[in-house]
Design a protein around this ligand. Structure first.
Ligand code: FMN
Length: 209
């Protein structure tokens, strides 16, 4: 265990890593990621997270095609946006990375799809106000575990926009919904600190004002 990172260093250096080498990732490591994801909490402890690890080239190509369509549409608008907490040049570099990933998604060794068993008929709580609440903690666990193991990963949702097409590719029954697609592999770039708004800006004690 001594070679593993401390949890705070892992959290503070867990950037979205989108440029990923095509080098394969050992199956044991991919299993470790899903095992870490599976330790996350779920509402009422129903343990309804479901995970699909896509490594088959044809399956990856089909998902990459869906993702590319959604990313192209997104970037058309997103490129023109700006936000006060990120300078424009940095923002454009982020979009460049999103574009790079869309063009290379099929070459990334593993595409992990985080899903929820939503029930039949779908549970109002799981798909309503609490939508995704029982899968995102698992996604974050997976991202942290990937970082700790030196693997690059990023949470993405654009590639799941066409839900019917995704269901068909993954052969998902109506009781399972896909929430997040996480491309995983060895990163081309270096891990680095995340940059976030200062805590004084996003937090108040006791009441907002
Ligand atoms: C709900 C959610 C959806 C996201 N969808 C996408 C996506 O479709 N494509 C993508 O490249 N990144 C996606 N991201 C990643 C964010 O862009 C990224 O976490 C954010 O820019 C912060 O990046 P940083 O950690 O490198 O600073 C998503 C993140 C979240 C939390």
């Amino acid at each position: 265990m001594s070679d593993e990172m401390g949890i705070l260093e892992t959290i503070y250096t867990n950037r979205a890593m989108r440029r990923i080498k095509p080098d394969p990732v050992p199956k044991e490591l991919l299993l470790k990621l899903i095992d870490a994801a599976n330790q996350a909490p779920s509402g009422s402890n129903v343990q309804n997270g479901r995970w699909i690890v896509v490594t088959d080239p044809d399956q990856k190509a089909r998902l990459a095609e869906l993702n590319k369509k959604a990313v192209d549409r997104y970037l058309e608008r997103a490129r023109a946006t700006s936000v006060e907490h990120q300078d424009d040049a940095k923002r454009q570099r982020m979009f460049d990375a999103v574009e790079w990933q869309a063009e290379h998604l099929h070459e990334i060794p593993a595409l992990v799809i985080a899903c929820l068993e939503v029930g039949d008929p779908p549970d109002r709580f799981i798909v309503g106000a609490n939508a995704g609440g029982s899968i995102w903690p698992g996604v974050q666990n997976l991202l942290l575990a990937a970082r700790a193991l030196g693997l690059g990963a990023a949470p993405t949702t654009l590639g799941l926009t066409d839900r019917d097409a995704v269901k068909e590719v993954l052969n998902l029954p109506d009781t399972i919904e896909a929430f997040c697609l996480i491309p995983v592999g060895y990163p081309m770039g270096k891990f680095g600190p995340v940059s976030r708004r200062p805590v004084e800006e996003i937090m108040r004690w006791d009441r907002w004002s």
